[in-house]
Design a protein around this ligand. Structure first.
Ligand SMILES: [Zn+2]
Length: 63
């Protein structure tokens, strides 16, 4: 099984099985796209730890 390192979080994942490659997850994909820096995910006055936000929360705010 080929294991690849995620360029964002450095976790290893199975390349073949991953639909979000070259990232380990959709979260990392979104981070790479810069969407975290966008206003969609920016809450003024609140510091966000990107790895503590559940993926459900990201998807909910997507549109
Ligand atoms: Zn990752």
């Amino acid at each position: 099984m080929k294991k690849t390192k995620c360029p964002i979080c450095k976790n290893k994942f199975e390349w073949e099985k991953n639909e979000f490659r070259p990232f380990c997850s959709e979260r990392c994909k979104l981070i790479d796209l810069g969407q975290w820096a966008g206003e969609k995910y920016f809450i003024p006055g609140k510091k966000i730890d990107i790895y503590s936000v559940p993926i459900d929360e990201i998807m909910k705010n997507k549109n």
